[in-house]
Each structure stands twice: as structure tokens, then as C-alpha cells.
Write a protein that binds this ligand. Structure first.
Ligand code: AMP
Length: 453
């Protein structure tokens, strides 16, 4: 049954026939910018609320409300001019989403975003949904420090709110270091997580509509460097049989128990012992889903627009294996202390299957996400080879530093991408040009397909 709240693209607004249906987004970063691009491609008018006059999304939207997220006048304009509103980041005040929702459809809802804003609420929600996560403890006050079980160490201490890209995290080797670590983070509410031994990191990006129908992108394999996503690969290589399906099942359970509407990303750890544990989730498109702009016939931003507007959610199909590289501001600095200079895009763009996305940020800074680059190719091995070449041209560190992730022998099956010898060569960095690699059943299996509501 069609969504009764469906907003047809390019149509007159049901609230004000004098203007075109308008979608609003809270937050003007790169995720908001790519949402705006997807909405505009369909014919929607767009409004962005962001306090930064040069925000990436504000620069491309039909209207940029340059004001704080809780600015009364700006929120009144947003509510008055938009037919539906979404968010591009989880730290928008939940009270703002609630107030907007009294006037205009908002997705995702304030309750879901509230859970995603707080690591302890998030973990408690994972556990309530039957989704296992890393052993952890909640630290609210001094007295909690002495109650932490010794079995959690070595551990990571993370601020409960406002942490991202590895920020707000301190390594805690043993109980004796906990008080100092907590002081270093400002004695704010935190979670302490056991430091687990990771075989791989995976993520699932899904979209869920108001009727509970769910579709997802192919399961992504992610490599982080210094806590920041560095590389994403689809189809996920070396994922043991059944693991990707398990991650999909768990992510769907999380979305269902939140009664979620919109795009949701759940990040998972695969442990050395084969367990899959949820790490965290984001109530929005995710950096690990950026490949979908070029490698899928439906991007995560298209899905965000469709879920918000109540349009049908069709199943995204991965049409090319892909590798996505994050482009951090570091690339603009040839040496420490050097003035910023534009990276050698000409050489990179001369490589086959390279798609460059820059976010319109004029000031590069180390660690700042300036853009990303997706390499699509006929085979995973070829995508990896070209991605490694692009990284080399840009002076990035080796993409897959450390040993290539290979599946346990019992897990390797005909649908396991790592069983492809061309892929293994490329992953181990031996410089061999893959020849035999082909799009086998693994690539088909990893293509997105619908999930049960
Ligand atoms: P987060 O901001 O919590 O997603 O952490 C950023 C990255 O740090 C993760 O993607 C992992 O690579 C690593 N990490 C975070 N938590 C843990 C943990 N409990 N054990 C091992 N590695 C972790």
C-alpha cells in the first residue's frame, strides 16, 4: 500500500500549492550535501539548517538557513517551508526533532536519534534487540570506576556523547590507568569497552519505510586508521559464510525495534573467534555507504530521500565491485608545516573507474574529511589494484596495511570473494596484475536484496 504521506517529486506542496514539495535537512555537512544532490535530482526543493555560512550542504541547497539548530525563527521557517525534514547527523537536539515533528513529518524520529546520541543507550538498545555488543560498563560518576570488572581490561574509554571518528576515546591498558583516562576525558559520562581483537569490521546501511519495509546496501568491509574510516570495500572480502547474512539480520532487528524510518547504519566487529558484535550505529547515511553513489543503481542518499518522502524503496543493486577511499585534509599538505596545495587529481582521474567527490570545503585540515574517491571495476581485484595505485599517487599510506584478511578454511566457499586468487594477490600487495579475477557468485550474493519487514 502506498504511504499516505507520500510526497511526489516536483509536485506542488500539499501544504502550500504555491511552492514545489520541499525537503529539509538539519545539518549542512557532506552527508547533507549528498542528500540535497539526490533530492534535487528527483526534483524536490531543498532547505538546509546549519550555522556555518559555508557549509557543504548550505552551498548547494535552494535555501540555507544559517542559524543555530535551536534558533526559534529558523526552525519556524524550516517547519513552514518544508513538507518533511530529516537530519544528517545524530547530535541535533532531540527536542528540536520533536518540535518539528508536531508540524511536519520528521524521519528518523526523535526517539531513535536519542538512542543513537548516547553510547550507553545505544548499547542497551542493542542488547534489548538481541544484538550482542562488546562487553562494556557505564561510567557516570567517580564511584563507578571501582565497580568496573577487571575482565574488561585492556579497554577503551569513550565519551557517552559527541564522540566521532575516534575522538573522545582513550586507551586504558589496566584498572590502574582508569582514573587518569577518565580525567583526560573531562570526567564526563563514558562507556568503558573491552578492547577486542578484530578480524574485520563490517557495516550495514539499510533503509526502512513507514510500513516497516526494509532494503539494504551490500554489506561493507571497512578499514579504519586512527579511528577514522579509511577504506571501504564491496563486496566485503573474506567474510566467512553466513557472516554477512548475520550482520544483515542483526541490523534489521535493531531498526525494527526502534520502529525506525529512514537510513540507518550499524557497524559491526568480526572477532578472531568468529563472533559478530555491534559497535555503534548512525541514524543517517554513513561514510561506509558512499560507494553506493557510483557502485549501486540506488545510492544511500536516494534511499534517504525516498524513505523521507514516502516513495517506494526499491532494492539497490551493486553493479560494480568497488573500493572507496576517504580523502582527508592531510593529503593537501605535502610535508609538515607546508602550505596547503591541491592534490594531483589529474593523475588520479586518469585511472580507470575513478569517481572523485569533493565536498566543497575550502580549508583543508589534517583529519578533516574533504572528500572521497570510489574506484569501480569489473572485478574486486581490479578495483583494489586501481585503488592502491590512486592511493600511491596521492601519497596515502598502504591501504590494507597488515596481512590480508583471509577466511577460515572451513568458511571459504564458492561464494566467498577471497577465494578468488586474483583478489588474494591484490590484497597481499604483491603487485601481481590480476587476470583471472571475475565477477563470480560472490559478487552477486553480496548485491543488495530486500529484507523482511
Ligand atoms: P568508534 O568511534 O567507537 O567506532 O571507534 C573507531 C574505531 O576504533 C573502530 O572502528 C575500531 O577500529 C576501533 N575500536 C573501537 N572500539 C573498539 C574496541 N572495543 N575494540 C577494538 N577496537 C575498537
Amino acid at each position: 500500500m502506498p504511504d499516505p504521506l507520500m510526497l511526489l517529486p516536483g509536485a506542488p506542496s500539499p501544504r502550500d500549492p504555491g511552492r514545489t514539495v520541499t525537503l529539509g535537512v538539519l545539518g549542512g555537512g557532506q552527508l547533507g550535501r549528498m542528500f540535497v544532490h539526490a533530492a534535487q535530482a528527483l526534483g524536490y526543493r531543498t532547505v538546509v539548517l546549519d550555522p556555518d555560512a559555508t557549509s557543504p550542504a548550505g552551498l548547494v541547497a535552494h535555501r540555507h538557513l544559517c542559524a543555530p539548530y535551536d534558533d526559534e525563527a529558523a526552525l519556524a521557517v524550516l517547519a513552514g517551508e518544508c513538507d518533511a525534514v530529516t537530519t544528517e547527523f545524530e547530535n541535533v537536539p532531540a527536542a528540536v526533532l520533536r518540535r518539528l515533528a508536531a508540524v511536519v513529518p520528521v524521519a528518523p524520529g526523535a526517539d531513535a536519534v536519542t538512542v543513537c546520541q548516547h553510547r550507553a543507550l545505544e548499547k542497551a538498545h542493542f542488547e534489548r534487540s538481541g544484538v550482542p555488543c562488546v562487553p562494556w560498563a557505564r561510567l557516570e560518576r567517580e564511584a563507578d570506576l571501582s565497580r568496573v570488572p577487571a575482565s574488561l581490561f585492556p579497554a577503551l574509554l569513550k565519551t557517552a556523547t559527541l564522540g566521532y571518528d575516534g575522538k573522545g576515546q582513550v586507551s586504558v591498558p589496566g584498572p590502574e590507568a582508569l582514573a587518569d583516562a577518565w580525567a583526560a576525558l573531562g570526567r564526563v559520562p563514558c562507556v568503558l569497552e573491552q578492547r577486542v581483537s578484530l578480524r574485520s569490521e563490517l557495516s550495514v546501511v539499510l533503509a526502512r519505510d513507514r510500513a516497516g519495509r526494509c532494503v539494504h546496501l551490500p554489506v561493507q568491509h571497512n578499514v579504519h586508521r586512527d579511528g577514522i574510516l579509511a577504506v571501504t570495500q564491496v563486496p566485503a572480502p573474506a567474510v566467512a559464510a553466513g557472516l554477512a547474512d548475520k550482520a544483515l539480520r542483526l541490523a534489521t532487528a535493531v531498526a525494527a525495534s526502534l520502529d525506525y524510518v529512514g537510513v540507518l547504519c550499524v557497524e559491526f566487529f568480526e572477532l578472531d573467534d568468529g563472533r559478530v558484535l555491534a559497535n555503534e550505529m548512525a541514524p543517517r547515511p554513513h561514510n561506509s555507504g558512499h560507494h553506493s553513489l557510483d557502485a549501486c543503481d540506488r545510492s544511500q542518499f536516494d534511499l534517504q530521500v525516498r524513505a523521507l518522502a514516502g516513495l517506494p524503496l526499491t532494492v539497490p543493486r551493486l553493479h560494480s565491485p568497488a573500493v572507496m577511499l576517504n580523502l582527508l585534509g592531510d593529503l593537501w599538505f605535502a610535508s609538515p608545516g607546508a602550505a596547503p596545495s591541491t592534490p594531483d587529481w589529474a593523475s588520479v582521474l586518469a585511472l580507470p573507474g575513478v569517481h572523485l567527490h569533493l565536498y566543497g570545503k575550502t580549508k583543508p585540515r589534517r583529519g578533516r574529511k574533504m572528500g572521497h574517491l570510489t574506484v569501480t571495476a569489473a572485478t574486486s581485484a581490479q578495483a583494489r589494484t586501481v585503488a592502491a595505485e590512486a592511493a600511491g599517487l596521492l601519497g596515502m599510506p598502504p591501504l590494507w596495511g597488515g596481512p590480508a584478511p583471509v577466511p577460515a578454511p572451513s568458511a571459504a566457499g564458492p561464494d566467498d570473494d577471497a577465494a578468488d586468487p586474483g583478489l588474494i594477490q591484490a590484497m597481499s600487495g604483491d603487485g601481481a596484475t590480476p587476470t583471472a579475477a571475475s565477477l563470480g557468485p560472490a559478487d552477486e550474493r553480496a548485491s543488495a536484496r530486500p529484507l523482511e519487514p
